[in-house]
Design a protein around this ligand. Structure first.
Ligand SMILES: Cc1cc2nc3c(=O)[nH]c(=O)nc-3n(C[C@H](O)[C@H](O)[C@H](O)COP(=O)(O)OP(=O)(O)OC[C@H]3O[C@@H](n4cnc5c(N)ncnc54)[C@H](O)[C@@H]3O)c2cc1C
Length: 492
């Protein structure tokens, strides 16, 4: 079809999920450049870009614009110039070429769960992959391939019915793309490693618009970089993972709830016990304040992988600890377990959450945590500590960019609220909390738990791996088109 005919017919294309912009709605548009200056996107250039683009393009004034610009964390109320929903690899290439040629601030969105709002922006473009959700399982080769727009639920529902799993995160509506590229921690990581440790290859469009495969054998430098280096090098269009066994797709879970007055003793027990536990046991500890009653709760959450008749003995030390108000151990479908936290982490509320790794436990951390833990009406506070180690530590620090292979725990603390008027106050509360906790944690963050850290802290977090990441960035994205992430600054 000639561009002329495309423009004539553009209103006919309007039958997609998000209707594309009609010709009459396209005009020269103010936008933001990669370096933050105001630029003008020329109407002709936008039309050229739309020509042959199979997905949808949305800009301000479109009736779906306000819905299309929403991301998981409601704090990030951003107004991009364009939101483009890609339907194919060719669409992604077109979008990258357009953004690069226009020097346009570029955000990449798959599941939209970036806590720090990196998948949206003011005045730039959002390249959205959420419509690309094909999955394919190869039981012979024990591989699964998923498109970048898939959620963890899409991945789990493809593998678990066959008795296999890819270790990933713990909330089923999270996107596989951002989670994998940052590393991927979750309930099975002590047994099977991080999500990136199970990655076999990706298809990725780099900043030059070229589609490449990256694996141990093809573009191995790029493959190293994307296993923890986030979205710095290009847009991944699909991921292929090794399948790991999870017989019947089932696990044993244990739930112990305690009165908050025992918190200090439980924290002591938790850090002590979890330091040496076997790899097939995952033990999380955490607290939350019930926003209806104001009452605080302490939980120990256990996940055991193995034969059911061995579970009670294996978990005895945990289940018999202290005087829990609830104390249950039962068999469960992993796919159901993966959804228990979904509602607690619902979309579009306002969140301030972040994390840090812990190398050595310092009781002062618990002291600071407990001193500040209080109920605030209208804010739902949560926190948890998870044990790293196990299979994670079997990979060398330089094996992938993901650092913290020898960290022992990871702590996350935060809260959420729906009253927008409280955002400033509660963000300050979160920052102050973290000012008190940080000195007792490692000076390093899991890159997917970034909230408001600066680029210097990102570089520090990558530690000895940062220099190698910069070289890969210089090669595949010298212009820093992909800057909205835990950014690796190019030096060319
Ligand atoms: C409710 C919730 C639960 C979470 N639970 C876990 C957990 O259990 N384990 C864990 O490890 N993390 C967890 N996280 C953190 C999560 O890994 C990150 O927020 C991750 O970035 C989400 O990926 P996404 O695709 O949904 O995000 P998006 O917001 O779409 O993307 C985040 C960033 O990833 C990059 N990106 C996204 N898609 C692509 C792509 N196709 N190609 C290249 N770059 C891309 C971009 O830089 C983008 O800014 C959780 C987050 C939330 C909000």
């Amino acid at each position: 079809m000639k561009r002329r005919d495309f423009i004539k017919n553009s209103t006919i294309l309007a039958a997609s999920v998000y209707m594309p912009i009609a010709k009459s709605a396209i005009h020269d548009q103010r936008a933001t450049s990669l370096t933050g200056e105001e630029i003008i996107l020329n109407k002709e250039d936008i039309l050229d870009f739309m020509y042959g683009f199979q997905g949808s393009v949305i800009s301000e004034g479109h009736y779906d614009y306000d819905k299309a610009r929403l991301v998981w964390n409601g704090v990030w109320d951003r107004k991009p110039a364009l939101i483009v929903y890609c339907d194919s690899v060719q669409d992604i290439q077109k979008a990258i070429n357009f953004s690069r040629d226009q020097n346009l601030l570029t955000a990449v969105r798959s599941g939209g769960h970036s806590i720090s709002g990196k998948s949206t922006c003011d005045g730039g473009i959002i390249i959205d992959l959420s419509r690309m959700r094909k999955t394919n399982i190869d039981l012979q080769r024990k591989l699964v391939t998923v498109d970048a727009g898939c959620t963890l639920y899409d991945l789990d529902s493809k593998t678990l019915p066959h008795g296999y799993v890819v270790p990933a995160g713990v909330v089923s509506h999270t996107g596989v793309a951002g989670l994998t590229l940052g590393g991927g921690i979750g309930s099975l990581m002590r047994m099977y490693g991080l999500t990136v440790d199970n990655l076999v290859s990706v298809d990725i469009v780099t900043a030059d618009g070229i589609l490449r495969k990256a694996s141990l054998h093809e573009n191995p430098d790029l493959f190293w970089g994307i296993r923890g280096g986030g979205g710095n090098f290009g847009i991944v269009t699909s991921f292929t993972y090794n399948l790991r066994p999870l017989p019947n797709g089932e696990i044993i879970v244990g739930v112990n709830l305690y009165d908050m007055k025992h918190a200090k003793d439980i924290w002591d027990f938790y850090y002590d016990y979890s330091e040496d536990m076997p790899n097939n046991i995952m033990l999380n500890a955490g607290m939350w304040n019930d926003n209806k009653t104001g009452k605080g709760h302490f939980f120990l959450g256990t996940l055991f992988v193995g034969e059911e008749n061995k579970a009670s003995k294996a978990l005895e030390k945990i289940t018999s600890f202290g005087k829990p108000t609830t104390d249950e151990v039962y068999k469960k479908r992993f796919i159901d377990h993966q959804q228990v936290a979904d509602k607690r982490n619902a979309h579009h509320r306002n969140y301030y959450i972040k994390g840090r790794q812990i190398d050595e436990y310092k009781p002062k951390l618990t002291e600071e945590l407990m001193d500040r833990w209080s109920y605030q009406e209208g804010r739902f506070d949560t926190m948890r500590v998870v044990r790293f180690g196990g299979a994670i530590s079997e990979v060398a620090e330089s094996g992938t960019p993901w650092v913290g292979r020898n960290a022992k725990w990871d702590i996350e603390v935060g809260g959420h609220w729906t009253n927008d008027a409280k955002t400033e106050e509660y963000t300050k509360w979160g920052r102050d909390y973290w000012k008190a906790l940080s000195p007792h944690c490692a000076k390093r963050i899991y890159i997917n738990e970034l909230m408001d850290e600066d680029q210097k802290f990102v570089a520090t977090s990558y530690g000895q791996n940062y220099g190698r990441l910069v070289k890969i960035k210089n090669k595949y994205d010298p212009q820093n088109l992909f800057s909205l992430n835990g950014n690796i600054k190019p030096t060319v």
